[in-house]
Every structure is written in structure tokens, then in C-alpha cells.
Design a protein around this ligand. Structure first.
Ligand SMILES: *[C@@H]1O[C@H](CO)[C@@H](O)[C@H](O)[C@H]1NC(C)=O
Ligand SMILES: *[C@@H]1O[C@H](CO)[C@@H](O)[C@H](O)[C@H]1NC(C)=O
Ligand SMILES: *[C@@H]1O[C@H](CO)[C@@H](O)[C@H](O)[C@H]1NC(C)=O
Ligand SMILES: *[C@@H]1O[C@H](CO)[C@@H](O)[C@H](O)[C@H]1NC(C)=O
Length: 690
């Protein structure tokens, strides 16, 4: 069903046409073929980036075929069986023609790639049209006593299909040559190519706006991803990377402003097909049959049914090795990601304003993003970086804002891109842009850019050396847009990966109290980012009292009680467990009455990470919180069972800690239940018991 109808998941220049089934009635086949020919002819009005003449010629030939098919339909009733073979072949070929025409007119950014593949494309047209001729010759028209005009039409169609030449047009040739010249200029490393030159080529293929360029980059990126993960030829990767470098550069340099609304000027025409599909589906198709929630990570199990990954894992972990829908026993609990459905769900959520779960970020191959894919890509990126750095320094407000936005896009994943930008000197200018006083978009773009650059080690130092800590901490509270404040918290998290900076941030006035304040916010992202930042800062022991003094403990407990999102519960527990490692922290947690809550969480089904932090927290509390804690835990009926199941099923850390806690509880139990009034053991004894 849904999976198969996702037409846009077909890879470019592949032709997965299907044979009509053998038992089909000739009349049905003919009607279907006529419909196919009509849709092929509809491409006449579309805009082609390259191979225009070959496409038009092919469409004309399909038009001839259409005439003949009409004749056949008029002349025979019923349609004779002897036509089946030829019609089937034609049906197959016209499907492929449509795929090819579709690739030539795709709205999703394939224009540059299609131009550079012109030879291959022209050859595809040639092969398909010749296939049509062959199929036509198989039709036994002579024997069938067709009116003579029809026979003439048929002969004409065959003759033309046999004879037409398909060559790369001179305009396409020239444009390709120009692209190659531009890339060679980048490779040469001397002067950057002339803007006018680049613009001419882009105009030629119809890439005229920032958003067109954005789509080209996105398309090339996904092609590279594909080739990379499929270990295809290095040559293709080189070519794709060079084109990507060129398009990235063009996007930064040629366009003054970002077209489209808000920060996501995306929304390609390529997506419209899916939107149509989406309209016919309601949200229920996207719900997990177990949790009844919209699925975040749909997976298929052995029986072919789809569930959300975390629900089905819970089901399996509870000892149910069956398919929840059918009750069938499973021989394997292997899960296969339902990629197509996942894409649909994401689009559905976007279209309906439902927040998309981002828990499944694509994990890229790090080594791939550490280097540019080719020499030309490398110098194109360097040229783009220095252009952007210049704009940040000397541009007007709009120019600086746009540069920050481009930097944000360029720094998303690629380590190589980040280091180019950092070396071009963008950090001080971005820090300055944080205090810009427009509607908050410049500030947001700047902090988002800094966030992703701060994953690069050199940039952390540059941020600190340029006094950036103060400016970033200020955004935590005073950021104009809520997104800016979230990015600021995440940036603090990255900076806190270095011990020296953890200390510096702790000493920056209000840094910690503002983060703690953010935990209060209803907003999920902000809560999450603030929690991980606090967690990072706690790695510096000197920050413990600051976190306690800011009143974090009751807030964290609140998160445990009221949040229905696993992730923030886990993060809160992690912070609490760290705080409990010191006696003041443990006391504060106990005073707030956290124990029953933590025991309850441990008794219900939760992700393994959550359980691990629970066990760590309880162990730390029983060590640093005094005998009363242990006494309480010994009396909790569900606890022993939970601890034993962590021993066998928990993470290795959870299992170790659960073992230690069980020992503490046993010792306490034996001591207090022995009839003789035992002397209380010194606490250290069980502190070091493990
Ligand atoms: C396991 O299956 C039983 C019934 O077959 C069901 O009641 C129970 O809720 C399932 N466990 C989980 C964790 O889904
Ligand atoms: C640089 O960033 C762009 C934009 O995100 C990306 O498409 C490209 O893959 C990156 N470059 C490299 C060399 O990875
Ligand atoms: C800054 O750029 C964004 C695009 O990211 C745009 O939406 C916004 O309007 C721009 N703001 C200003 C003040 O130019
Ligand atoms: C930063 O990069 C990540 C990927 O590493 C990306 O998902 C995220 O959107 C980027 N952040 C911003 C604020 O652009």
C-alpha cells in the first residue's frame, strides 16, 4: 500500500517499469496504454533544463503511437488477442519513457546533474524510441485488415522511430563545457570563477532563484549519500562533489536574499505528489497499533506488520515474541526500518503542524564529511567561506543576516565545511551579530551558526578567546526568539565538553541559574537542551553547589512527575544522579521526597538508559543520604524485583550498580533483622563493597 505508491523514491535515471500481467484483457491493456501515452504527451508543456530537443522528439513519436492506438481501438471490437504481445511491450516502454521525461523535468533539484549526464540521457531516449519501433513491428497489422490510413500511420511511426537521431544539443554541449571550465578553475586554485559565467550556466538550466539552488544542493547531497552508502564508483562521487561545491558557492554568492518564507525555504514541487497522496490518508494510517501514537520510527517485523520501534521493543522485552496484530509466533525479532512510511509521516506532520520527532537523526559517516569530495569541491567551499566572512564584516544588515543563514546551512554536518568557515574567520563576526537588534532573525541565525560551528574544536577556543561566553549566556534569557535561547543552551553544552570552559561558564554570572530557569519552560527542546547543558557543566565538581543553589532539584523532580517524554525524564535522572554523588546533593533530593517517584519509575517499563540512571541515583542516595534511605528502600515491595531484572537485562553499568545496591540492601536487612542488637556498621564498609 503506502510503501509502494511512494513514486518519488525512485532513483533518478532508473526505470522500474512493470510488465502488464499475462491474463489481462486486450481491451483493458489498450485503454491503459492510451492513458500512458496521453500522460507522456502531457510533458510537452513542462519545462526542461536540458535535452529539450530529444525529449520533444520522443513526445512527438509517442503522439504518433497514440494516433495508431486510436485507430486500432476504432477498428476492432473485440480487440484481437494477437495484439497482446506487441501492446505489452509498448506498455512497458512507454512507462519507461514517462520515467525519463519525469527525470528531465523533476522539480527537486536534479537539473545540474541531468545536464552533466546529457550523453547518457540522450542515449536513453534513443534506446527507448528504438524499443518502441521494435514493439510496433511485432503488431501483426497486415493480417488484421486495418484501414489503410492506419497502416500508413503505423509505418510512419516505425520509420521515424528507426531513423531519428538523438544527439546532445549544441546548447547543452556548451553549457557542459562551461561547467567543466568553472570546475577546472576551482581546481586550479587561482582566481575564483567569474560570477557572470556561473550565472549564465544556471540561467540556462533554469536555476534562477535561491530556492532553486537550495534544491540542487539538496539533491546532490542525497545522491552523494546514496553513492557513498552503496560503495559505488569513486568517479561519480568526485563529479557529484565538485558539482555540489559549485552549487553551494553559487547559492552563497549569486543571491542576495533567501526566497520563501521563514527558515525553511524548501518545499519543492517534487513534494507535491506526496502531498496529494497525503490528502487521501488520515493520521490513523500513521499510528502505531500498540501505542496508538503517530509513529516516530516505524519498523516492519517478520509478519510484514509495521509498528513503532519503541513500542514493539517494549512488547518483545515483556517476553511477548508474537506479532501484536496477528498473534503469530515470531521466529525472529529482527526489525526492518520502514523508510518510505517514515518519510510520509514526516511530511504529514509538517503539513499538519504536528512536531516531528527528531530522535532519529541520520548518522553520517564521519570520515566522509571530514574532507571535501574533490579538489574542486574543496576550493569552492573555501571560496564560499571567504566570501561569507567578507559579507559578515563589510555587508549591510541584510547581507550579514543572509551570510549567517548560509553558514548555518553549510555547518550542519560537514566537518570540512566547519573548518573552512572557522579558518575564514567568521566566529568574531557571528558573536557580534548576536547583539543585532532586528526582529530576532539575525540573532537566531548567528547563534544557530555558532552552535554548529562549536562542534569543531578550534571554534570552541575562538568563541572563548573572543569573549563569546558572555554573549552566548546572555541569549539564554534575553534571546528574542525562543529558538535562539534553545540554540544558546545547546552551544553551552558543546562548550562544556572542555573542562576549562566548564569552569569558566560556571563562573559566568547567571549562566547556571538561567539554564535552570529554562528547565521550567514548557517548551520541550528548551528543557532538553538546558538539561544536557547542566549535565555537562556538572562534570566540573565546582559547579555542583551552583546548580543546587539555583533550585534545580525541585524542578528536576517536577520533570520526572509531569513529563510524558522519555528523553527529558532520562536527562533529569542523569542530572539528579550526578548531584546525588555528593552529600549536599543527596540531602536536597531526599528532602524533596524524590525516593518514591524514582522507585516507581524503576518499576515500570522504560528505556534502558532511564533505568540505568535510576539505579545509579538510588545507589548514590543510599550511600550519601544516610540510613533512612536504605531503610525506606528495603521496605519498598517492588524494588528488589526491579533491581534483579536490571542485573540481567540492564546496561552493563546498570547491572553493576544494581548488584552493588542489592548488596547494600541485604547487609542492612541482615543487620537490622538479627535478634542481637548489632552494632551499626560504619558506612564506609558498604561504600567500598563494590
Ligand atoms: C504481552 O502480551 C499480553 C497478552 O498477550 C499483553 O496483555 C501484555 O500487555 C503484553 N505486554 C506488553 C508489554 O505489551
Ligand atoms: C558542506 O555543506 C553543504 C551544505 O550543507 C553540504 O551540502 C555539503 O555536503 C558540505 N560539504 C562537504 C564537503 O561535505
Ligand atoms: C534574516 O534571514 C532570514 C532567512 O533565514 C529571513 O527570514 C529574515 O527575514 C531575515 N531577517 C532580516 C532582518 O533581514
Ligand atoms: C546543526 O547541525 C545538525 C546536524 O548536525 C542539524 O540537524 C541542525 O539542524 C543544525 N542546527 C541548526 C540550528 O541549524
Amino acid at each position: 500500500m503506502i510503501q509502494n505508491s511512494n513514486a518519488s523514491s525512485r532513483r533518478i535515471l532508473t526505470f522500474p517499469a512493470v510488465h502488464p500481467c499475462q491474463s489481462i484483457a486486450p481491451a483493458t491493456l489498450l485503454a491503459s496504454l492510451i492513458a500512458l501515452c496521453r500522460s507522456a504527451c502531457d510533458y510537452k508543456s513542462k519545462s526542461f533544463g536540458s535535452n529539450v530537443r530529444n525529449a520533444r522528439e520522443t513526445i512527438r513519436q509517442v503522439g504518433n503511437l497514440l494516433l495508431l492506438l486510436h485507430e486500432i481501438r476504432l477498428s476492432f471490437s473485440p480487440i484481437p488477442d494477437s495484439l497482446l504481445l506487441g501492446l505489452s511491450e509498448l506498455h512497458l516502454t512507454v512507462q519507461k519513457v514517462i520515467y525519463l521525461l519525469d527525470d528531465c523535468t523533476r522539480g527537486d533539484g536534479a537539473r545540474m546533474w541531468m545536464l552533466m549526464e546529457s550523453d547518457r540521457v540522450a542515449n536513453h531516449f534513443l534506446v527507448l524510441v528504438r524499443e518502441m519501433a521494435t514493439a510496433l513491428e511485432v503488431l501483426p497489422l497486415e493480417v488484421l485488415d486495418l484501414p489503410c490510413e492506419a497502416v500508413e500511420v503505423a509505418e510512419l511511426a516505425v520509420r521515424q522511430a528507426r531513423q531519428t537521431k538523438f544527439e546532445v544539443a549544441s546548447g547543452d554541449q556548451a553549457a557542459m563545457a562551461e561547467v567543466l571550465t568553472i570546475l577546472r578553475r576551482f581546481e586550479g586554485g587561482g582566481d575564483v570563477p567569474d560570477r557572470g559565467e556561473i550565472k549564465r550556466v544556471l540561467d540556462y538550466i533554469g536555476v534562477k532563484k535561491w530556492s532553486d539552488c537550495y534544491r540542487e544542493v539538496k539533491f546532490l547531497d542525497s545522491e552523494i549519500e546514496f553513492h557513498y552508502s552503496n560503495k559505488e564508483m569513486k568517479r561519480e562521487l568526485d563529479a557529484l562533489s565538485s558539482l555540489l561545491g559549485l552549487m553551494n558557492y553559487a547559492r552563497c554568492v549569486l543571491f542576495d536574499s533567501v526566497y520563501g518564507k521563514s527558515n525553511q525555504p524548501v518545499d519543492g514541487e517534487g513534494e507535491s505528489r506526496n502531498h496529494e497522496l497525503l490528502r487521501s490518508l488520515d493520521g490513523d494510517s500513521f499510528r502505531c497499533p500498540i501505542s496508538l501514537e503517530i509513529m516516530r520510527d516505524p519498523v516492519i517485523i517478520e509478519t510484514g506488520h509495521t509498528y513503532d520501534r519503541c513500542s514493539i521493543l517494549k512488547w518483545f522485552r515483556a517476553g511477548n515474541a508474537t506479532c501484536p496484530n496477528t498473534g503469530k509466533k515470531l521466529s525472529s525479532t529482527e526489525l526492518i526500518p520502514n523508510v518510505a512510511l517514515k518519510q510520509l509521516i514526516q511530511q504529514y506532520c509538517l503539513a499538519n503542524g504536528i512536531p516531528v520527532a527528531d530522535s532519529s537523526r541520520k548518522i553520517r559517516d564521519i570520515t566522509r564529511t571530514a574532507a571535501a569530495g574533490s579538489l574542486a569541491a574543496e576550493s569552492a567551499m573555501k571560496a564560499a567561506a571567504s566570501f561569507l566572512a567578507g559579507k559578515l564584516l563589510g555587508g549591510d544588515c541584510k547581507g550579514r543576516n543572509k551570510s549567517a543563514y548560509e553558514i548555518r546551512l553549510l555547518s550542519k554536518t560537514s566537518i570540512f565545511n566547519r573548518s573552512c568557515l572557522v579558518e575564514a574567520g567568521v566566529i568574531p563576526s557571528l558573536l557580534e551579530l548576536l547583539s543585532s537588534e532586528d526582529d530576532g532573525t539575525s540573532q537566531e541565525n548567528a547563534i544557530a551558526a555558532l552552535l554548529n560551528l562549536s562542534k569543531h574544536s578550534r571554534s570552541k577556543a575562538l568563541i572563548v578567546e573572543n569573549g563569546g561566553l558572555r554573549s552566548i549566556v546572555d541569549i539564554l534569557k534575553k534571546g528574542v526568539k525562543v529558538e535562539a535561547r534553545q540554540h544558546a543552551a545547546a552551544t553551552v553544552f558543546y562548550l562544556a565538553s572542555i573542562e576549562e570552559y566548564r569552569k569558566l561558564i560556571g563562573e559566568t554570572t547567571e549562566a547556571i541559574s538561567d539554564l535552570v530557569e529554562m528547565v521550567k519552560e514548557a517548551n520541550y527542546r528548551g528543557k532538553k537542551n538546558a538539561l544536557v547543558a547542566i549535565y555537562g557543566l556538572l562534570m566540573h565538581p565546582g559547579n555542583h553547589w551552583r546548580v543546587l543553589a539555583s533550585g534545580a532539584v525541585p524542578l528536576l523532580l517536577d520533570v520526572l512527575i509531569s513529563s510524558d517524554r522519555d528523553e527529558v525524564v532520562t536527562d533529569s535522572l542523569a542530572v539528579l544522579a550526578t548531584l546525588a554523588e555528593k552529600s549536599e546533593g543527596a540531602q536536597a533530593i531526599i528532602r524533596c521526597g524524590a525516593l518514591p517517584q524514582v522507585v516507581r519509575i524503576l518499576a515500570s517499563t522504560n528505556p534502558r538508559a532511564t533505568m540505568e540512571h535510576c539505579v545509579c541515583l538510588l545507589l548514590a542516595l543510599s550511600i550519601n543520604g544516610g540510613e533512612d534511605v536504605v531503610a525506606y528502600l528495603v521496605r519498598s515491595p517492588s524494588l528488589m524485583g526491579s533491581l534483579y531484572s536490571q542485573l540481567s537485562e540492564g546496561t552493563s553499568r546498570a547491572s553493576k550498580k544494581a548488584g552493588a545496591l542489592i548488596r547494600v540492601l541485604h547487609e542492612f536487612y541482615e543487620r537490622t533483622s538479627s535478634t542481637s542488637k548489632a552494632t551499626v556498621l560504619p558506612r564506609e564498609q558498604f561504600v567500598h563493597a563494590w
